[in-house]
Design a binder for this molecule. Structure first.
Ligand code: GTP
Ligand code: MG
Length: 245
């Protein structure tokens, strides 16, 4: 006779199953609307918002970009991202250490996905919780900053293992913190063999072009070669308290 599973595990499995079902539905909606969705995960302070600020500013002249950003308590990141002029919405999670598919669905209620080319989602800074929650994204990007140390992929393998692309951030600080770049690449490949990894600095802009070109050139299977919505006045003035603030 098999031993029954503890109740805690059962509840957790149900929550994840519900999330997976909704994420699948979201993925279908994103595909139907032909919007590419890119999520960012990392430890707190690895540079997600700085990287995203740069991406939004660089892409906005040619693409209809927008961002959802998760944070436990503040709206600081949304305010920073909105400086790009792109529509931005903050999801404040309270005590929850990750975004889930329901939060994404609710946050998108007032936006017309048909008018978007690329939607970015910045997850709550955490190397553990976000890994189990599918958000319906096409591409999950994991960021590792040089100030965290090159061993993080080995210590938090799941978040690296569930990502599609890696970005080593704050490269302008690599030398001063004696970051071992070769070891970092090696560690990433040990937990996620074959994953493409970029080296960038949002501060100096180094490496951003290579990453952007790969993203736009369908290297990761996204279809964002041409903008579909740049003429849309409605998109330029969407319902968002952070737009152009
Ligand atoms: N030198 C340097 N500093 C950076 C770079 N990118 C981010 N920072 C700094 O690192 C700190 C954290 O950056 P954020 O962009 O807020 O990091 P985050 O991952 O969004 O943080 P959370 O949302 O709190 O998890 C800030 O002080 C940034 O100015 C970079 O490329 N170079
Ligand atoms: Mg942030």
């Amino acid at each position: 006779m098999s031993t029954p599973q503890p109740r805690l595990v059962e509840v957790r499995q149900n929550v994840l199953k519900q999330n997976d079902l909704l994420a699948r539905e979201l993925r279908g909606r994103f595909r139907e609307a032909a919007v590419s969705v890119v999520s960012l995960v990392s430890s707190p302070g690895a540079g997600k918002t700085a990287f995203l600020e740069k991406m939004l500013s660089d892409l906005k002249p040619q693409y209809a970009v927008a961002a959802l950003v998760g944070d436990l308590a503040t709206e600081n990141d949304a305010a920073r991202l909105a400086r790009s002029g792109a529509p931005v919405k903050q999801i404040t999670t309270g005590t929850v250490c990750h975004l889930d598919a329901t939060m994404i669905q609710t946050a998108l209620e007032e936006w017309n996905l048909d008018e978007l080319d690329i939607l970015f989602i910045e997850n709550v800074g955490n190397l553990v919780c976000p890994s189990s929650y599918d958000l319906g994204e096409d591409l999950r990007v994991v960021l590792l900053s040089v100030t965290e140390g090159e061993d993080k992929p080995l210590k938090y393998p799941t978040i690296f293992n569930t990502a599609d692309v890696g970005i080593i951030t704050k490269m302008d600080l690599a030398e001063v913190v004696e970051f071992d770049l070769a070891a970092a690449h090696d560690n990433i490949q040990r937990v996620r063999p074959g994953m493409k990894v970029f080296e960038v600095s949002a501060k100096t802009g180094a490496g951003m072009k290579e990453w952007r070109q790969s993203l736009l050139n369908s290297e990761f299977g996204l279809r964002i070669a041409e903008s579909k919505t740049m003429d849309s006045l409605e998109f330029r003035n969407p319902q968002s308290e952070f737009v152009n603030s």
